[in-house]
Write a protein that binds this ligand. Structure first.
Ligand SMILES: *Cc1c(COP(=O)(O)O)cnc(C)c1O
Length: 224
């Protein structure tokens, strides 16, 4: 694919986002985070040249390597993967724009401890397991509001900005929609939350229609 063909492909993705967003409202703004976990630095640069600025990785070591290689470019980095406690310091060294996958109370306490020591804060999203799938991380919907408030009060260096969720693993659109509706309803119940991160390459239009204002697109942005 030439650079022009690639640009036309990305235009097409953006047009789909635009259409879905306008079905919600002209005021509904959606941010695209390009998930570069399957992609090399050169591929990230090609997308950067088209205008993409926010990128996401799901492994701390990949985030470190790619953000260092691209440190001359004004990119914002999101960490979207499960964070092991022994990788917290590595993540904080990179100081990402947003950690999207705070998925347990124990992790929040560890993260808070490390943040306090380093005298820094970190913007985070709490991950919800809206479809209640054993294979997925995150808080169960019924405990979410209580745990979100608990982390907010007890972990002063963690700046909670909203929720992140992965749509139900299903071919049935109604089942996927239900998982997005669950996440959105919880998001709306949070007084200070501004980010509802849901929707991936296969389901981003539906996610936007359900209220998502941040989509995480991997394969569709990198033609994988
Ligand atoms: C890989 C990944 C994505 C992107 O997946 P695609 O289907 O390639 O768009 C989004 N969110 C998370 C948490 C991921 O791990």
């Amino acid at each position: 694919m030439t650079q022009l063909e690639y640009k036309l492909h990305i235009d097409d993705v953006i047009r789909k986002v635009e259409k879905a967003r306008l079905r919600v409202s002209g005021h509904h703004i959606v941010k695209i985070v390009a998930v570069s976990k399957y992609s090399k630095t050169q591929e990230i640069e090609a997308l950067y040249k088209i205008g993409q600025r926010a990128f996401g990785e799901n492994r701390v070591q990949d985030l470190k390597a790619k953000s260092q290689e691209l440190e001359e470019s004004p990119l914002e980095w999101h960490f979207i993967g499960n964070l092991q406690k022994n990788k917290i310091n590595n993540l904080l060294e990179i100081n990402p724009t947003l950690f999207q996958a705070l998925d347990s109370y124990e992790l929040a306490l560890e993260l808070q401890k490390k943040l306090e020591t380093k005298n820094m804060t970190l913007d985070c999203l709490v991950q919800v397991n809206s479809a209640k799938e054993a294979s997925k991380h995150g808080f169960m919907p019924e405990e979410l509001l209580v745990m979100y408030a608990k982390i907010e009060t007890e972990c002063k260096n963690i700046k909670l900005r909203g929720l992140m969720s992965i749509g139900a693993h299903s071919k049935d659109k109604a089942v996927i929609k239900q998982s997005f509706d669950t996440t959105y309803k919880l998001y709306k119940a949070l007084p200070n939350a501004t980010i509802c991160s849901m929707g991936m390459s296969g389901d981003f239009e539906l996610a936007i229609e359900c209220g998502s204002n941040m989509i995480r697109l991997g394969s569709v942005m990198f033609n994988k």
